[in-house]
Design a protein around this ligand. Structure first.
Ligand code: SAH
Length: 353
């Protein structure tokens, strides 16, 4: 019978040290291995060169490192790199490197598929198969960071949790991964360079407040009217705008972090001055800034981008009201790497609903 090996990266530092004592090894070896696993992102025990061969073999017999690997990558005309990343169980998620003049941003996934069925999003059409573990999210960042270095000779500057899945429905693993990404024994990146984007789970937004998180929060708003939002984002039926607004106000009272509202401006759906006025009213819940996003086609023909004219009128209205609004152009569209286009197209085994 094959022995079931433990996932070594699911252990905390103190649990790891405990395991070393149980194996009759010195406590400090646990610390050394922890550094290999996180700070040096080792993906094999063989790589841990300051351990004896014997110990490395012992570790190999008892533990696994469930490393994520790049299965396939595509490079867009605008230099965006989209990766199909293979998890230890064969599932695939996508992770994207977005280079601009001033930034190198990693866009990471948190679930295989998504449970939320937002009508305009390609990932929303996939079934949610499972959550990613903290070490898998961490690996995505490490792999994309390595690409920034290898292809563009630049350090990774930002991380956005805007890939596949809903971060607040994989709360503990996302928080754990961010702790490792920002920790001194991990990648030592600054929290204010990290943004978690949510479709809006009021209870978990409050929890972010209780946990006094230091990273940025973005809400995918897209409509500031319950009836409209219910139609395009079914999650709104159980998390109304009032509940979300109050949760955000609570979050702000605890963290003093401004919130970003993401708003795709769709043709004939949410692009009138009345819609902008509703957005202005909603923004009163919490200090915020607004990202107006262009719709990226997912190929179903149901949604379209609004006209340039209407987009600018919408933005001007918000600015006249004293809000900060920027228009965000998506990158990587030619390879379906832009927001809402992540759907494992090359991997038909990822089931459609
Ligand atoms: N589940 C999280 C994170 C993933 S989506 C969330 O909903 O926020 C990241 C951003 O891309 C969200 O603002 C989302 O609404 C947006 N998005 C989804 N589909 C899109 C599309 N087809 N075009 C442009 N943006 C899209």
């Amino acid at each position: 019978m094959t022995k079931i090996k433990k996932d070594i990266r699911a252990l905390s530092l103190s649990e790891l040290k405990e395991e070393f004592i149980l194996m009759g090894e010195k406590n400090f070896r646990g610390q050394q291995v922890y550094e290999w696993l996180w700070k040096k992102s080792a993906h094999s025990f063989e790589a841990m060169s300051n351990l004896s061969k014997e110990l490395r073999e012992k570790l190999n017999d008892n533990f696994v490192i469930n490393a994520v690997i790049v299965d396939e990558k595509q490079i867009s005309d605008d230099k965006t790199i989209k990766n199909s990343l293979k998890l230890f169980d064969g599932n695939i998620v996508e992770g994207v490197l977005i280079p601009t003049e001033t930034r190198m941003t990693a866009c990471v996934s948190v679930q295989v598929g998504c449970s939320l069925t937002c009508r305009f999003c390609a990932t929303g059409k996939l079934e949610r198969l499972r959550n990613l573990n903290a070490d898998e999210i961490y690996d995505e960042v490490v792999l994309i960071k390595e690409q920034a270095d290898k292809y563009y000779q630049k350090p990774l500057t930002n991380i956005v949790f805007m890939g596949m899945g809903e971060p607040l429905l994989n709360y503990n693993n996302v928080i754990d991964a961010i702790e490792k990404i920002t920790g001194e024994d991990g990648l030592n990146m600054a929290s204010d360079r990290i943004t978690v984007s949510t479709a809006g789970i009021a209870k978990m937004i409050r929890k972010l407040g209780d946990d006094e998180v230091k990273f940025n929060l973005a809400l995918s708003l897209h409509a500031a009217n319950d009836e409209k939002r219910n139609r395009i984002m079914p999650i709104n039926e159980s998390n109304s705008l009032q509940e979300l607004g109050e949760a955000l106000a609570y979050y702000y009272s605890k963290t003093k972090n401004k919130v970003t509202f993401e708003y795709i401006v769709f043709k004939d759906i949410n692009d009138t001055i009345k819609d902008a006025e509703e957005l202005f009213q909603f923004s009163k819940y919490v200090p915020s800034k607004i990202n107006l996003i262009e719709y990226n086609s997912t190929g179903d023909g149901e949604f379209q981008n609004t006209s340039g004219n209407k987009l600018h009128r919408f933005k001007d209205y918000l600015e006249e009201k004293g809000l900060t609004a920027t228009i965000r152009r998506s990158r990587g569209r030619d390879i379906d790497a832009a927001c809402g286009q992540l759907a494992n197209k090359k991997h038909p085994e990822a089931k459609m609903q």
